[in-house]
Design a protein. Sequence first.
Length: 258
Amino acid sequence: MWPDRAAPRSGGRRRRYGRIAVLAVITLVAFSGFALLGNWQLRRRTWKLERIAEANARVHAAPKRAPGRSDWANVGSGPYRYRHVRVTGHYLNEAETLVHGTSSRGYGYWVMTPLRTTRGFTVLVNRGHIPESLPGTRRFREMSRPTGSVTVTGLLRLSKTGGGPLRSNDPAHGQWYSRDVAAIARAGGLPAGDVAPYFIDADATGGAQDLPNAGLTVVRFPNHHLIYAVTWYTMALGVLIGGVIVLRRERSNAPAED
C-alpha cells in the first residue's frame, strides 16, 4: 500500500500561502501608514505657511502700543506675537544686564536695560549687541546710554527661561545665557509684578558702528514639512516595492499543483 503524500504537500502549500497573506497585509499596513504620515506632513505644511504669512504680516506692520498689564496674561498667544510695538519712558541704566548671545556680528552680549514707561510699568529692552571683548574696557564705560524720555520701537519677544542649551543662568555671578525677563528683573531689584513678561528687541536708530548694535533680530520660520512628506512617501514607495518583490518570490517558490 502506497503512503498518502497529498496531505503533507497540501499542508505545506497552506503554510506558504499563509505566509504570503501575512506579508501582503504587513506590506499594505506599512505602505498605508507611511502614506498617511506623508499626507499629515502636507497638512502641517499648509498650516505652517498660513502661520508664517500671519506672522510676517505682523512683523512688517506699523508699531502698536506695547501691551499693558491688562494684556499680559494673553501676550504669549495673542496678536502681539511677532508684532512691532512702541513704548515711551526713561531707561534705568543702573540696572543694565548683559546676556551672552550671538548675532550676525559674532559672539558677544545683548544689552538688556529696563525702561520705566510713562504708563506705570517697566519693560526690558534689548538695546542691541556688543562684542565679547567690550565689557570691562573704557569704551564700554563710555558707551552711549540714553537719558531722559525716549520712545522705543521694536519687536516684542517672549521671555526665555533657564539659560542656554549647555549653560544655565547664574544670577549670583551675573552670568546670563538667556533673556529670562522675570529672573533678570529679580536680580536687578525691580519690583515683582511691575515688569512686563516680555522684552522688546529695539529697532536700529543709529549707524552700523554705533554700540550697542540694535536691529539685528532675525525672524525665521523653519518649514521642513515638505521634506518630511517626501521622506514618508519615499519610505511608503520603498515598502511597496520591497513587498511586491518578496511576494513575487514567495509565489514563484510555491509548490506546483498536482
